[in-house]
Design a protein around this ligand. Structure first.
Ligand code: ADP
Ligand code: ZN
Length: 208
């Protein structure tokens, strides 16, 4: 049963199961684990099904392009950059059927009630985001979104040190800020064994 929901290959079944109401899907994992790829794949399929799709990203994330969500592998999808949950809601109309959200960890806590309401109104809401910060701590509001979601997908990267399943985003630059926007220039995927929480990480810069 879990496998059935792991990948989005049955819109009809999911719809029937949800008894005509909307629902929340959350995609979580470390950096480079394929969250954005999976989100873009689901959004493309919804568009092929001629559903009215609207996609958001937090304004804070200006990594690859301003108006699109993008995966590390180069896939893109149009999106609307927003600074707050309230601003996001102002772009959603009654006939919107699918709401996509990337980098959910950078949204304010109002996103939790907002997506609950959207799902109760009949919309399919798909949110991708980091479940842990660079210290390996739960990255709000993702834990709360995981609790209220009907469907959860955990994605994994490959540890760049040893090739195992990676569950952590290792920061490779000196910064204690929780939000430090970057990609391969500042982070790498690591497994539990190879991950070093940042406070212990000075050795990283001395040829760890
Ligand atoms: P996320 O949104 O989780 O950060 P993306 O969907 O943007 O991930 O990117 C996933 C892609 O990143 C993979 O398909 C692969 O091409 C690339 N990639 C780069 N480094 C790694 C890694 N260490 N493990 C897995 N994929 C990686
Ligand atoms: Zn490893």
């Amino acid at each position: 049963m879990v496998e059935e929901f792991a990948f989005d290959n049955s819109e009809e079944r999911r719809r029937a199961r949800a008894n005509g109401t909307g629902w929340i899907e959350v995609i979580v994992g470390s950096m480079f684990s394929g969250k954005s790829e999976e989100l873009i794949r689901r959004l493309n399929r919804a568009r092929i099904a001629r559903q009215k799709v609207v996609v958001f990203k937090p304004q804070i994330d200006a990594r690859y392009s301003k108006k699109e969500i993008a995966s590390h592998s180069g896939q893109k999808h149009d999106s609307i950059p927003v600074s707050t949950t309230a601003e996001m809601l102002s772009h959603i109309s009654a006939d919107t059927q699918v709401v996509g959200i990337d980098e959910g960890q950078f949204f304010d806590m109002e996103i939790i009630d907002a997506v609950n309401r959207l799902a109760s109104e009949g919309k399919r809401v798909i949110i991708a985001g980091l479940d842990q910060d660079f210290m390996g701590k739960p990255f709000e509001p993702m834990p709360q979104l995981l609790s209220i979601a009907e469907f959860i997908t955990k994605t994994h990267a490959i540890c760049v040190k040893c090739g195992s399943t990676a569950n952590y985003s290792q920061r490779t630059v000196d910064s204690e800020a929780r939000v430090e926007v970057g990609a391969a220039d500042k982070y790498e995927a690591r497994c539990r064994k190879c991950f070093i929480p940042h406070s212990d990480a000075p050795t990283l810069h001395e040829g760890e």
